[in-house]
Ligand binder design. Structure first.
Ligand code: ZN
Length: 506
């Protein structure tokens, strides 16, 4: 007893037809794609889905996001990363979230992702001040129940916030600097033991759909021993190691000042660039950084919507592709881009880089952005053999778009319309591992309405908590703002802002 999708328009994203639509039938048995061909005959007991008005694509992979921010959706605007971080990931005050709320938050995030056609999320789960076991287990419980596929971290920051960027310690009151340096953090061994426990217990839950992922926050936020240890653990478990790198200009100037070279050179030196590693953002890379990333088969998760919202800069899309780097796409969290809708990211990636180079031969192509959103993301998640294309033997993670909608009318070029016309509202059915998890555009596995109602019931308490954290952390904003502007005024090897940097260099 399987599922037969008959005569649908299919973007296989494989090495044969790629993103060119072809008419095919797809038979699913258990969690896998069993057969692909023209005019397949249903077997006894097969559920048949008429594909004549359907576009079938591999489930989208959100290669970089943070479910923590689900509770902060829509809360902040016009803050650069360094200031936004101090609000969305509060440094002062009690920002712990009870495991029950972590589970509800994760459930809502998974629902919104699936209904947007995202079947795999790389969820770099950040908890303040650091993740407790029950909080991590709650994320696995939620995703297991909703039926999404995920790499789930394990995010860690061990260095005091004040020491993660230049200038800041000199701009804050000495008593505040002492206080920030006295805040508790896990030791390297405690974190690596936490990872070993997660690999030994939670990793592989949900018939292998849910995987653990070490995530040292960034080279400037953890010790080299921790980053190297986390990388080795990821390799030993055939898992992803996820790390933020060179998202902002402040981070670019941090490398030479604190580590004697660029942050990518530093990661290379400590053995953290590997085929299991994904660098989130990778905006302010030099050309030699790009070579190091390419030579080590490290992936980059590009987050153009978040990068625009936080004013971080524009990643060098064409240079990354020219170097042969595996590029994935991510939404980032719901406080920096406010939605897990990957199709927004796909369209933005296709558009943004056209204004960085007048040579239109070098602009992003539809097949490139769809590759990044599917198999590129799968590779970065260390799942390239399991998902990301529609091929026999792969997991049946599929999205079925209704073609009888305005986005696909008239049917000119379905792949182009998927990128430029569709926003997810045509999504009818989503399967993860052969199981229908969205039907008629709505999640079938959990009661989404009840989950939303529960969050709304808790909302007054959550907003009071967030208001209190905002007030407490506001004491840091003047110094962080001054740090940001000093970094902006400091010359560096590359300019990834859209404007002429002579206007703001000192
Ligand atoms: Zn991030």
């Amino acid at each position: 007893m399987g599922i037969l999708i008959e005569d649908a328009h299919v973007l296989t994203m494989d090495g044969i037809s790629g993103s060119t639509p072809v008419v095919r039938s797809i038979r699913i048995e258990g969690d896998r794609i069993a057969e692909i061909g023209a005019g397949l005959i249903p077997a006894d007991g097969d559920t048949v889905i008429d594909g004549c008005d359907r576009l079938v694509v591999p489930g989208l992979v959100n290669a970089h996001t943070h479910s923590w921010e689900t509770l902060f959706k829509g809360r902040y605007d016009n803050l650069p990363l360094e200031l936004w971080l101090a609000m969305s990931y509060p440094i002062l005050g009690d920002s712990r979230v009870a495991p029950e709320l972590v589970r509800l938050r994760s459930t809502l995030f998974a629902i919104e992702s699936l209904e947007a056609g995202v079947t795999t999320i790389v969820d770099d789960v950040i908890e303040n001040p650091n993740q407790e076991w029950a909080q991590l287990a709650a994320v696995f419980d939620a995703y297991d129940e909703v039926g999404i596929r995920a790499n789930i971290s394990g995010h860690i920051i061990t260095r005091p916030f004040v020491d993660t960027m230049p200038f800041l310690a000199d701009l804050l009151d000495p008593a505040m600097v002492r206080h920030l340096r006295s805040l508790p953090a896990l030791t390297d061994d405690e974190y690596l033991d936490f990872c070993r426990r997660a690999f030994g217990t939670l990793h592989g839950r949900g018939d292998g759909r849910l995987r653990f992922m070490p995530a040292p926050s960034a080279p400037q936020r953890c010790s080299p021993e921790l980053i190297a240890g986390a990388t080795r653990l990821a390799q030993a478990n055939d898992a992803e190691c996820h790390i933020h790198v060179l998202e902002t200009k402040t981070q670019m100037i941090t490398g030479p000042r604190h580590y004697g070279g660029t942050l990518v050179e530093y990661l290379h030196k400590i053995g953290a660039l590997t085929a299991n590693t994904t660098l989130a953002h990778g905006i302010w890379l030099t050309e030699s950084d790009i070579e190091l990333v390419a030579d080590s088969h490290t992936s980059i998760a590009h987050n153009p919507v978040s990068n625009l919202k936080l004013g971080s800069g524009i990643a060098p899309w064409r240079l990354l592709h020219d170097a042969g780097i595996d590029v994935a796409l991510g939404t980032d969290g719901c406080s920096s881009s406010d939605s897990p809708r990957m199709l927004d990211v796909v369209k933005t990636a296709a558009l943004l880089h056209k204004v960085t180079d007048p040579d239109f031969h070098r602009w992003p192509r539809v097949d490139e952005v769809l590759t990044a959103a599917t198999i590129g993301g799968a590779r970065s998640a260390v799942l390239g053999d399991a998902i990301g294309t529609i091929e026999v033997g792969k997991q049946a993670d599929l999205v079925l778009f209704d073609l009888d909608t305005m986005a696909f009318t008239p049917r000119q070029k379905l792949d182009h319309q998927l990128v430029y016309s569709e926003n997810g509202s045509s999504i009818d059915t989503v399967l993860v591992a052969g199981r229908v998890v969205v039907a008629g555009g709505e999640v079938t596995t959990v009661d989404a309405r009840a989950a939303r109602a529960e969050l709304n019931r808790l909302l007054p308490e959550i907003i009071a908590w967030q208001d209190d954290l905002d007030r407490r952390n506001a004491v840091l904003t003047d110094a962080i703002s001054a740090t940001y502007f000093r970094a902006i005024a400091t010359p560096g090897p590359v300019n990834r802002f859209a404007g002429d940097e002579r206007a703001w260099l000192a």
